[in-house]
Each structure stands twice: as C-alpha cells, then as structure tokens.
Design a binder for this molecule. Structure first.
Ligand code: GLN
Length: 542
C-alpha cells in the first residue's frame, strides 16, 4: 500500500505547485523510492482536450492517449515515470461517470449526492491503479476556497482520516509576497490560506512558501506558530534560476526530509542528487548559444508550448549550449513581404496548431527555411504545412491545401476517417464529437533505410505520441518524393506518413507526432538534440 502526499495551493494560482510536486517526486526517487504522480482538476471539462491553449496552456498527451493537464509533463520530465489515463481526473470526468451510472440504475434508488457519491468517486480515482509504488503524490488544481474544488478537498480530507497520519501527508503551497515600498515580507496571506484550509478540515503538515527573497527566521517562526506546523516544516520556496534547479533548492531547504519525518520514516537512505547537480551545472555554464525562431499562433501564452520549450532546452543540454527562443506570430508572415524576423535565427521550428488562422504564415516560414537552407523542424501542423509548401512549390500542385481549412482543390493533408490501432479499426466522421476523437497517444512508425531520421534515432522502429485529426495523404507520396521531399517514416502498414525530410538540405524534417512530449532532461529527444546540433552548425557557417 503506497503512502499518499496531497499537495494543495493557496493565495494565488501559478505558484508552481506542479513543479513542486514533480521536484518532490524526483527527490523521493533519488532516495530509491518508487513514485507515481496524479493531478485532480476541479474544472467541468472532461479533459483539457477541447480547451483553447490560451485557457489552459498545453494539452499534454500520454502514451495511452489521455489528453491531460500540462503538469503531467512536469511529472514525466522530472521522474521519467510515464503517466496514464488514470493520473489526471476532472470534475467533468467524475460527473459524467456518475450520471452514466445513475441512468443505468446502478444507484438502486438512492439520491445521488456530492457527499458521498462524488467524493467516493474521487477517492476511488486517487486510490485505484496506483501500481507498485512507495508514494503517490496527488496535486489538487486551483486554490483552496474555490467553489468547484470543495468536493476534492473533502475527498482528500476523508482520505487523510481513513489512511491515518502515518500514510497521508498534506503539503500546502502558498505565497509570501514582498511589499517593496514597505521593504517587508508578508505572512498574512499564508495565515489566511491555512485558516481557509483548516476550516474545511485539513491541517497541513508542511507549508511550502513561494517567495522572491529569503524568508527570515522570525517570519518562519511566526508562520509555524499561527499555522500550527513545526518550524522546520515551513519550507522556503525561492524562485530558482532554472526549473531543473528546483529539486536541489527544495532539498537544501529540507522538503524531502520533512516529508519523510511526517511519515515517521527516520532511516531513509540519503538521496543521490548527482544527476541533478550535473544538469544544473550544464545549464548554468553553457558553452555557446543558438537562436531558434518558433513560428506559432499561441505565442502570447508560452504555457501553450510548455513541452516544446523544455525539449528545445534539452536539445541545448545535449549539445552543452543555451537555446534562445525567438517567438514569432505566424500571422506576421501572411503577406508577401520579406521574412526579416527569420533572417537572424539559426533554426526554424513550426510547432503544432489548429485551424486556418496563421497557416499561410507557417507555410511561408517553411518555404524560407527550405530555400535559404536554414534547419527546419516541423511538428505535427508544422509538418503538414511543410508538405503543403513542398507540394505547391516543389511538386507543382498549385492548389495544395488541408481539408482542415474547408474544401480545397487538392487535399494533400486530409481528414483521416479510418485507421488501425493494433488489431482494432478506429473510425471518425467530419461531424463527430471534438473531444477525445483525434489520433491520440503512442503509435509505432518504421523508419526508411538510409534516411536521416533513421540515422538520428539509431533504430528502424520507433513509437511516438500523436494528437491530430488530419494526415498527409499518402497518395501524393510519389509526386512529392520525385520533387525531393522523402517520406522517411511511415506507420508499419505504410498508410500513414509519419516523417518527411529533404535530403538536399542541411536539416529539414517534419514529423506528424509530438516528439517534445517524450524528451527528458536526462534523455534529450534525439530529434531535438540533432536539430540543435544542426542549428549550431548553421550558426557557425553564417
Ligand atoms: N490541426 C492539425 C490536425 O488536427 C494538427 C494538429 C497538431 O498540430 N497537433 O491534424
């Protein structure tokens, strides 16, 4: 039976609760424990798949095809443990399951209520399929006091009571604002937040106080006294220079020690933090830098590209350099003017995206990179736009387009209505539901002998994660290959183009999947490592 750590947040959102959970998971792993991380999101959507990236940031995709909260990306990057469908639940998912049961008559005439039916379902989710682990870290989205969060807080309160203090620990993440004009740090928001938490029956064991400057001993003492925790349980969560410093800084503040103490574990092995020290050093002392132009349409909210940003940084780690990102709104390339903003970048990356807006700008960016021999990396939508560009300008298919944008003369990219997953046939129609109906999760691909990608991966069989509705139409393969765009990776049955590349170019690769989702700081994804190496090379030449 695993032990449970519940992580809640207070005062404001965006305090880095997800990161703190991931870092704590990594610290427990560094002591030899096995961990699993879970996220409970109180919003009403069944999953974030249908939400705009501006609302919710990136939608993370797991191997088993869950469209999940971006915190699951942090969890995977920090612990290397693959998340699955059961690791992220929402109010929407809980209610849809309850209503389904109620309609079936499963409640045998009972009045179906928030307590106990909703809370019981949440508890089931938390406890089920955790696997053979020592600790389950369970983060509650939102902040204490949110109306929609109440059933979740009640469920974890009950779990705390049922599991007992030796098996359940509560960590509350709060903010310690520094008021510049007064030159003072304020403890009151933390006190209020804990008061709120205690009013719904949860006494936190540990407070992780996020702050911009170190917390004075006096303030720690004050918080401990008023919030009813040990002084050593008031952990200072200072902003760190890099994400990957966080496990080290939290360890230095005693977070993992305190957690183990709360569980009564006094004989835990000392953590081996060498990999984190190594990574922190590589990031702090880069040997050069490279600039990548990212041409997207959600550039106003960088959380929309969370995994991509991390994977590019991992590519930098693999090459010992810093990767600077130049964010470019694809719409600025829509008119025919010169593409000046791309003149000074060492590589162009067009990430995933949806809808027609900005498409022509991305096509223009792919054209620029192809013609000017700048390394180009197209991911999902970025691959589809590169194929449309190649069809129009290399293969002479003048009205090449994507059926995502409505009727088009030559749908080089079209809606996929049928495909196989293992032995099962999956079907979709143009007017079907939007939620959960894309090609989602891990699919295998076979890499063509002699291709650049085969060389980069060093293997012929790969498995990568997908999230898209449209596909490059394999019927155009011969025409495009003759013109110079090779199909170098395909689904094992040869029906779905997975990777395209241009041989006569320093580095031009488009992939239908999202390699950024599987990149880890300790295991940079080979495509990102190779892309950054090519960009470095390009920088040396110009
Ligand atoms: N909009 C495209 C599709 O659905 C690409 C999706 C993506 O980039 N993730 O196929």
């Amino acid at each position: 039976m695993p032990r449970y750590i519940f992580i809640t947040g207070g005062v404001v959102s965006s305090l880095g609760k997800g990161l703190a959970s991931a870092a704590l998971g990594a610290l427990l792993q560094a002591r030899g424990y096995r961990v699993r991380l879970r996220k409970l999101d109180p919003y009403l959507n069944v999953d974030p798949g249908t939400m705009s990236p501006y609302q919710h940031g990136e939608c993370y995709v797991t191997d088993d095809g869950a469209e999940a909260d971006l915190d699951l990306g942090h969890y995977e990057r920090f612990t290397g443990v693959p998340a699955n469908q059961g690791d992220n639940i929402t109010t929407g998912r809980v209610y849809s399951r309850i209503i389904e049961r109620e309609r079936r008559g499963d409640y045998l005439g009972a009045t179906v209520q928030v307590i106990p039916h909703v809370t019981d379902m949440i508890k089931d989710f938390v406890l089920s399929d955790a696997g053979d682990v020592d600790f389950v870290l369970c983060e509650i989205g939102g902040t204490v006091g949110d109306i929609e969060g109440l059933p979740f807080f009640e469920a974890i309160r009950q779990l705390g009571q049922e599991l007992g203090p030796e098996n359940a620990v509560f960590i509350h993440v709060t903010l310690m604002p520094f008021i510049k004009v007064a030159g003072e740090m304020k403890t009151k928001p933390t006190q209020h937040s804990v008061k709120e938490l205690r009013s719904i029956g949860i006494q936190p064991d540990i407070l992780l106080c996020r702050c911009e400057i170190p917390i004075r001993m006096d303030d720690k003492r004050k918080i401990a006294q008023f919030c009813n925790v040990r002084e050593s349980a008031v952990i200072e969560g200072l902003d760190a220079p890099s994400l990957y410093d966080v496990p080290l800084t939290y360890h230095a503040q005693g977070l993992d020690n305190e957690v183990l103490h709360c569980f009564g574990i006094e004989d835990a092995p000392a953590p081996d933090l060498s990999r984190w020290q190594q990574i922190s050093k590589t990031i702090a002392e880069p040997d050069g830098e490279v600039t990548i132009g990212v041409v997207g349409k959600y550039v106003g909210l960088l959380d929309a590209y969370k995994s991509l940003i991390e994977a590019l940084a991992h590519g930098g780690i693999a090459n010992g350099v810093k990767v600077k990102l130049k964010w470019l709104d694809s719409e600025q390339f829509e008119n025919d003017g010169p593409i000046n903003p791309l003149e000074d970048v060492h590589g162009v990356l067009v990430p995933g995206g949806f809808g027609e807006r900005g498409a022509e700008g991305k096509i223009a960016a792919a054209k620029f990179a192809r013609e000017r021999k700048v390394p180009y990396f197209g991911i999902c939508y970025g691959m589809q736009m590169a194929v449309i560009e190649a069809a129009r300008n290399m293969a002479g298919v003048a009205d090449a387009g994507s059926s995502e944008f409505g009727e088009c003369g030559e749908a080089v990219v079209g809606l996929l209505t049928e495909w196989t997953r293992g032995n099962a046939l999956e079907t979709r129609s143009a007017d079907g539901d939007m939620g959960g109906t894309m090609r989602l999760g891990a699919y295998p691909a076979t890499l063509v002998e002699g291709s650049r990608v085969r060389d980069i991966y060093g293997t012929s069989e790969i498995e990568e994660r997908h999230r898209h509705r449209y596909e490059v139409n394999v019927a155009y393969r011969d025409r495009l290959e003759e013109a110079g765009l090779k199909f170098s990776g395909l689904s094992p049955d040869g029906v779905l183009p997975e990777i395209v590349e241009i041989e006569d170019h320093p580095w031009f690769i488009g992939v239908q999947f999202h390699p950024e989702l599987k990149s880890r700081p300790f295991k940079p994804h080979p495509l990102f490592a190779s892309f950054i190496a090519a960009a470095l090379e390009h920088g040396r030449m110009v």
